[in-house]
Design a protein around this ligand. Structure first.
Ligand code: AMP
Length: 419
């Protein structure tokens, strides 16, 4: 059932408490924190413009980084208020706290259409503890609760869940923001009864991270294409040699079950038939965490299903990429989560890029709906300059995965349904 959105609610003159995802990358420059990428701020603009046009008094709450319940000036949201004011072309007030008298006084002075950003909610340990008293303090300035922070909706924290429960218990409305609404539509409703063929592309590092998603999608997909390091755990199940590739021996039994389920249900489950491999060599250096840094030497094509003992698989090979691209170009619905290789290194990015091109072609020429399920596949598409050529890119990482697994996200469950 779709959720109520800000467009369904009369917000005029109301204090609307909006949880947003402003966990933006920042770096220090000349003694000041500057925002490196404002995408997350831009993505909230449709919701904020709707609230402003509707005459709401908008109060924004967000977290930034991991201050562990302590005030940390380098994790202040103040630079975000300035950036948001630029983007909205109107003033955005900022209070250096998220609860208390200062917040309440500032809210009292807000007029219809005004916007206020509160300080990082994680400066209080009570935020992540979902403390009821803290949620009640946050809710003192909320007539209506809106959640537009899909990327944080898998967390049951005070600002994502607790404050909504307080507002709801008082008979107040809890609604989805427009970004949240799009996430629920594409990752949820659109995949309920997808146009066929429905092709799922799964990659990334670990099978264990994605096994629940694989299990659920085996009930919906026509074809599953597997790449990334996770492919090697499946090859291990089949008795092939995986050399020094990143495999998860502990996940062999769940991977075997997934292969059996695919066969049982008649889902085509494709694994790479060739790979780009390299030889890892200890550089003698240590990284920031004190772990040895490896250099990957002699990157080369391996056309056998077995990987040599001294080598590690880092990308799908050209034959696999071509085979996957052909399947993708026939698809009418595509869901992609996880890169096909270690795409951050250009020697191992070709497979991911070829798959990205096929997804874009299927979308632009074949009329397919393409949904990119968050995390590193979004990064890879943007790196290849194709981010705006797919139907939808999720803004969530962990939240997208949990949602695709079919989990009920605490930040979503509390929102009212459309009647
Ligand atoms: P995930 O967060 O599970 O989607 O994993 C994404 C990460 O997996 C990226 O940082 C990739 O570099 C990494 N990755 C993908 N394929 C491989 C591979 N064959 N070996 C090692 N790392 C990989």
């Amino acid at each position: 059932m779709p959720k109520l959105t800000v467009n369904d609610v009369n917000v005029r003159g109301k204090r609307v408490f909006v949880r947003v995802d402003y966990n933006v990358p920042m770096a220090e420059k000349d003694g000041q924190m500057v925002i490196n990428d404002a995408t997350r701020i831009k993505e909230t603009l449709p919701t904020l413009k709707a609230l402003i046009a509707g005459g709401a008094k908008t109060i924004l709450a967000a977290h930034l980084g991991r201050p562990e319940g302590k005030r940390d000036p380098s994790l202040s949201l103040r630079p975000v208020a300035a950036k948001l004011a630029d983007l909205l072309a109107r003033p955005v007030a900022f209070v250096d706290d998220c609860v208390g008298e200062k917040v309440e006084k500032t809210v009292e002075a807000l007029k219809e259409g005004d916007v206020l950003l509160l300080e990082n909610t994680r400066f209080y340990a009570e935020e992540e503890a979902n403390d009821v008293a803290f949620s009640t303090r946050l809710a003192r300035v909320a007539d209506i609760y809106v959640n537009d922070a899909f990327g944080a909706a898998h967390r049951g924290h005070a600002s994502t869940q607790g404050v909504a429960s307080v507002v709801k218990a008082r008979g107040g409305i809890c609604a989805a923001g427009l970004l949240m609404d799009r996430e629920l539509k594409f990752l949820g409703d659109e995949l309920e009864s997808p146009a066929r063929p429905f092709v799922v592309i799964l990659g990334g590092a670990k099978v264990s991270d994605k096994i629940l998603v694989i299990d659920r999608l085996l009930e919906k997909a026509d074809t599953i294409l597997v790449g990334g390091a996770m492919a090697y755990t499946f090859r291990l199940v089949q008795g092939y040699k995986t050399g020094k590739s990143l495999v998860e021996p502990d996940a062999v039994s769940v991977a075997a079950r997934a292969l059996a389920k695919a066969a049982d249900r008649g889902v085509r489950f494709l694994l790479p038939s060739d790979n780009v491999i390299a030889t890892p060599v200890d550089s003698g250096k240590l990284n920031k965490k004190g772990k040895p840094v490896f250099e990957f030497q002699n990157a080369r094509l391996n056309s056998s299903l077995d990987i040599p003992d001294d080598a590690e698989g880092f990308d799908i090979g050209p034959e696999t990429a071509k085979r996957y691209a052909e399947v993708i170009r026939q698809a009418k619905t595509i869901l992609w989560n996880g890169p096909m290789g270690m795409f951050e290194d250009s020697r191992f990015a070709a497979g991911t890029n070829e798959v990205a091109r096929a997804v874009v072609d299927a979308t632009q020429k074949g009329g397919a709906k393409s949904i990119i399920g968050g995390g590193d596949s979004v990064k890879a598409l943007n790196q290849a300059g194709m981010g705006d050529k797919v139907t939808f890119m999720s803004t969530g990482g962990g939240a997208s995965l949990e949602f695709l697994e079919g989990a009920e996200l605490p930040g979503v469950v509390v929102l009212a349904e459309k009647r």
